[in-house]
Design a protein around this ligand. Structure first.
Ligand code: SF4
Ligand code: MG
Length: 327
C-alpha cells in the first residue's frame, strides 16, 4: 500500500479572548492527531460535532494553519509550504463541503462556477476549458443543458453534484469531503454516495471522508478513525471497527446504528451528558465523565494506545494490562 498522506502530531489550538483583563482560553480543537492515508482508499473521521474532525480536514488542506505537527502529502511537508507553493499544490487537494448551497456563488452560472478553478490554476488551454466543463458535468450526472443555470435552479442533490464537479475538475489526487451528504434528503444521500464511489474509481481518487453518520461510513469507507475531544481514540479498518469496537466511546456510537447483521443483538448504550467543552477538557481520559467503565486511573492518567492488530488501535485503560498490574 502506497502512502499518499501522512499526518503526525497535528495540533490546532484556538485562543479565545474573555475580555481585556482576563487570560485567554486555549481551545485544543485538534490535539496531537496522527494517521496515514493510502492511495486509492477512503479514510473516515467520525465523531460527534465539535470533536475536531472538520478542523482536522481543513488543517490538512491548509485552509487553516496548523499550530504544530507535520502533514506529508506525497512526501512533501505542506505545513511549512509557502503560499505560492501551496497554491500550486491546491489543485491536487480539493474539498467537498457539507452545504453545497452555501459554497456555490448564487450569482454565477454553473459554467462560471466551473470555469473559475480552471482559470485560477491555468489548467487546460482556454479553448479546451468549456469542453472540460461539459465532460465533467457528464461525469457527475448533469449535462450541457445545465451550463447557463444558477445554483438556486437545482435540487440539493444536484447542487452537491456541482460541488463535486468543481472539486474534481482540476484532476486532483485527494479529496476531503466534510459531511458531503448530511444536508441532503435521505433518499438522495445514497445517490450522491454512489456517485462519489464511481468517480473515485474513474479518477483514481483518495478520500478523507468526514461524517457523524456511521451507516454511511460502514457503506463507503475502508478505514476509520474515531475522534473525541480533538483526539483519535480508536483507529481500525471499517470491518474491524464494526465487528469488534474496542473503545467504550466507539461501542456507544455503534450501538445507536441500525443493526446490519439481523442475527446479532446489540445492546443500546446511551451516552450520558454532552460532549464537554474542549476549552476545559476533563482530566485523565477525557471520556471518563461519560464512560460506563471509568475507574480511578481513568480520571488521573491519560491512556496510551493499545494495538489489537496491525491496523487496529484503541486508547483506553481497559486494555492496558501493564497499568492494571501497577495498580
Ligand atoms: Fe473509559 Fe477509562 Fe477507557 Fe477512558 S480509559 S474509555 S474512562 S475505561
Ligand atoms: Mg463539522
Amino acid at each position: 500500500k502506497e502512502q499518499l498522506l501522512s499526518v503526525t502530531g497535528l495540533k490546532k489550538y484556538f485562543e479565545i479572548s474573555q475580555g481585556m483583563f482576563k487570560p485567554k482560553i486555549v481551545v485544543k480543537a485538534v490535539d496531537d492527531v496522527s494517521f496515514d492515508i493510502y492511495k486509492g482508499e477512503t479514510f473516515a473521521l467520525v465523531g460527534e460535532s465539535g470533536c475536531g474532525k472538520s478542523t482536522t480536514g481543513r488543517t490538512i488542506l491548509k485552509l487553516t494553519e496548523p499550530t504544530a505537527g507535520e502533514v506529508l502529502f506525497k512526501g512533501q511537508n505542506i505545513a511549512n509550504l509557502s503560499y505560492e507553493a501551496m497554491r500550486r499544490l491546491r489543485s491536487q487537494m480539493q474539498m467537498v463541503f457539507q452545504d453545497p448551497y452555501a459554497s456555490l456563488n448564487p450569482k454565477k452560472t454553473i459554467q462560471q462556477i466551473l470555469m473559475e478553478p480552471l482559470a485560477v490554476h491555468k489548467k487546460f488551454e482556454p479553448q479546451e476549458r468549456l469542453q472540460k466543463i461539459i465532460e465533467i458535468l457528464k461525469v457527475v450526472g448533469l449535462s450541457e443543458a445545465h451550463l447557463h443555470r444558477y445554483p438556486h435552479e437545482f435540487s440539493g442533490g444536484q447542487r452537491q453534484r456541482i460541488g463535486i464537479a468543481r472539486a474534481v475538475i482540476l484532476n486532483p489526487d485527494f479529496i476531503v469531503a466534510d459531511e458531503p451528504v448530511s444536508a441532503l434528503d435521505v433518499s438522495v444521500q445514497s445517490q450522491v454516495i454512489n456517485l462519489m464511489l464511481e468517480i473515485q474509481k474513474k479518477l483514481h481518487l483518495t478520500y478523507l471522508f468526514i461524517s457523524h453518520d456511521l451507516s454511511v461510513i460502514q457503506h463507503m469507507t475502508d478505514r476509520v478513525a474515531v475522534m473525541y475531544l480533538g483526539r483519535i481514540v480508536e483507529i481500525a479498518t471499517t470491518e474491524e471497527l464494526f465487528d469488534s469496537p474496542k473503545h467504550p466511546y466507539t461501542q456507544a456510537l455503534l450501538s445507536a446504528v441500525p443493526i446490519s447483521h439481523p442475527m446479532e443483538k446489540r445492546e443500546r448504550i446511551v451516552l450520558e451528558g454532552d460532549v464537554p467543552s474542549p476549552a476545559n477538557p476533563p482530566s485523565g481520559c477525557t471520556f471518563h465523565p461519560r464512560c460506563r467503565f471509568a475507574s480511578d486511573i481513568c480520571k488521573q492518567i491519560a491512556p496510551s494506545a493499545v494495538a489489537f492488530s496491525d491496523t487496529h488501535k484503541a486508547t483506553c485503560h481497559l486494555y492496558n494490562t501493564e497499568e492494571e498490574q501497577q495498580q
